[in-house]
Design a protein around this ligand. Structure first.
Ligand code: NAP
Length: 337
């Protein structure tokens, strides 16, 4: 198998700033099952195979090892810094005054970078859980979303852009009511937004809202996150790669259903950031951007397969008095207090 794909053959998307970003990248969350060594080795392999977009986060606990991989790749001439688009995120326990810059500088030091291409607010509230916790773990300090609190953190994000530490700012796991509350208040608006998107959870309203606002959606869990942490699994969850529509279309194209998830994502306009530590998988994931697109009929069949099945429900972020995880997602059109 040829494991190298010319990065120049990967289509690029334009952000509202005019800056380009690859239409597919690689995720780096080990999901509490893959070690930092396994993830960073995959990043090294992915760089050599042609990936140029990597989605990192402080809470993934592997940025220091990924940074070693970047340093080696730069020194060996595998890639130049300016050819990469690297993201990272401030974790929920670093929203306080002065903490966002601290978090960004720590990620930059760990990643061996002097600027980040996009810096995300990982979740829109300061509620956090310990890495690797159980699904029923709750933090007594958790509280509902509050626009003023969000903006106090966002002002710190804006300062990072002013300092040149972050080229783009991003939000993650937002809802339309929360965006309506904060976007008018932003001095520097987000150019990218991460959201859960896969065939069984298509979020068409949120996706279209972002596109209309000129914000590029980045799709996490693009394959339906089959290896997500056990705390994020429930009996009713749909398995995207087993959906009959996906399986049939995959057979017609002679590929794994995972590849159909990615082609659908890219053709729909979102940037998928699939994770895998397996070379054959991450090579075929990148290659999916370069060949054999889905037909309009296939796109329509997948669109009709939406099950509104959210996988990353976020129940570990619930506050005292909250009913259940639905409260995090403003499903009745207003921010749940
Ligand atoms: N902003 C946020 O809050 C947030 C939340 C979640 C995730 N993310 C980001 O999104 C990234 C991706 O999400 P994810 O890792 O949860 O899920 P995902 O990319 O949907 O699924 C990853 C799993 O899919 C399987 N896979 C990948 N490529 C495959 C292929 N070609 N054929 C067959 N199976 C394949 C692998 O499982 P096997 O090892 O079993 O093959 C892999 O572990 C994360 O790594 C992270 O960077 C961000």
């Amino acid at each position: 198998m040829n494991t190298t794909i010319d990065p120049n053959h990967i289509p690029q998307r334009k952000l509202s700033t005019g800056e380009e970003i690859p239409c597919i990248g690689m995720g780096t969350f080990g999901s509490d099952r893959f070690t930092p060594e396994q993830v960073s080795a995959a990043v090294g392999g992915a760089l050599r195979c042609g990936y140029r977009l990597f989605d990192c986060a402080a809470v993934y606990g592997n940025e220091d090892l990924i940074g070693q991989v970047f340093r080696q790749a730069f020194s060996e001439g595998v890639v130049r810094r300016k050819e990469l688009f690297i993201t990272t995120k401030v974790w929920n326990d670093m929203h306080g005054a002065g903490d966002v810059e601290k978090s960004c500088r720590k990620s930059l030091a760990d990643l061996n970078l002097d600027y980040i291409d996009a810096f995300f607010m990982h979740w829109p509230f300061p509620n956090y859980h310990a890495p690797g916790c159980d699904g029923d773990a709750r933090n007594p300090d958790s509280r509902p979303f509050h626009a003023d609190e969000f903006m106090a953190t966002w002002r710190q994000m804006e300062a990072l852009a002013d300092m040149g530490l972050a080229r783009n700012l991003g939000m993650s796991s937002m809802t339309i009511p929360k965006l309506e509350a904060v976007l008018p208040l932003c001095r520097i608006k987000p150019t990218v937004i991460e959201m859960e998107l896969h065939p069984s959870f298509q979020q068409p309203e949120l996706l279209n809202y972002c596109i209309e606002k000129g914000i590029q959606p980045i799709a996490f869990c693009p394959i339906g996150s089959p290896t997500r942490p056990d705390r994020d699994k429930t009996e009713d969850d749909v398995v995207d790669i087993a959906l009959p529509e996906l399986v049939e279309i995959a057979e017609a194209h002679g590929v794994h259903p995972a590849i159909i998830c990615l082609k659908w994502a890219m053709q729909r306009g979102q940037i998928p950031i699939p994770f895998s530590i397996h070379e054959a998988e991450y090579v075929s994931n990148l290659r999916s951007a370069t060949e054999d697109p889905l037909t309009e009929d296939e796109m329509a069949r997948i669109q009709a397969a939406d099950k509104n099945c959210r996988l990353i429900k976020g129940q570990v972020f619930l506050w005292e008095g909250a009913k259940d995880w639905h409260d995090l997602w403003d499903e009745n059109g207003t921010i749940t207090k």
